[in-house]
Design a protein around this ligand. Structure first.
Ligand code: CUA
Length: 162
């Protein structure tokens, strides 16, 4: 009887310690996840701060730019919770090859166009490149597939291929 009570006490103590451990671990993970994104300068040269992306070429001029015969550069800036260009409708001639150049001014976003293989990360302080030829005319949804906060679900735009 005496031993049984002692075992019970140790078991309770063990469970309590496990609970404390899990709580501490949970807080640690949360604190890590809540940290603001940090940028690292690569190769010894300084990169502009992500929030200054919109003042730095090519991101100071988001939108579609013709660079050749049937070839375009599409500069997009991901911001919580939208994609720039905001007002300009993106209209791409069918059959055109588009070179995406994407960045983010805040957190990591995931630029995806369902029905295509366009899927790229928009990373603060970095440029992501992706090339895609829009053969089929239609309206393409551009969404965000990386959870980026309260407005994540509302973060989308469209591209018209005509
Ligand atoms: Cu941006 Cu989710």
């Amino acid at each position: 009887m005496h031993m049984h009570r002692l075992e019970k006490m140790w078991l309770t103590f063990g469970v309590a310690m496990l609970a404390v451990f899990l709580i501490v671990l949970g807080i640690g993970v949360f604190a890590n996840g809540a940290q603001p994104p940090t940028t690292h300068a690569h190769g010894g040269h300084e990169k502009p701060a992500p929030e200054l992306a919109e003042e730095t070429a090519p991101f100071d001029k988001p939108g579609l730019h013709k660079i050749g015969d049937n070839e375009y550069k599409l500069v997009m800036v991901a911001i919580a919770f939208a994609y720039k260009p905001l007002e300009d409708k993106i209209v791409i001639p069918a059959g055109a090859t588009v070179h995406f150049e994407v960045t983010s001014t805040d957190v990591v976003h995931g630029l995806q166009i369902p029905g295509t293989n366009v899927n790229m990360m928009a990373v603060p302080g970095e440029t992501t490149n992706f090339t895609f030829t829009f053969k089929k005319p239609g309206e393409y949804l551009v969404l965000c597939n990386e959870y980026c906060g309260n407005g994540h679900e509302m973060m989308w735009t469209t591209i018209t291929v005509a």
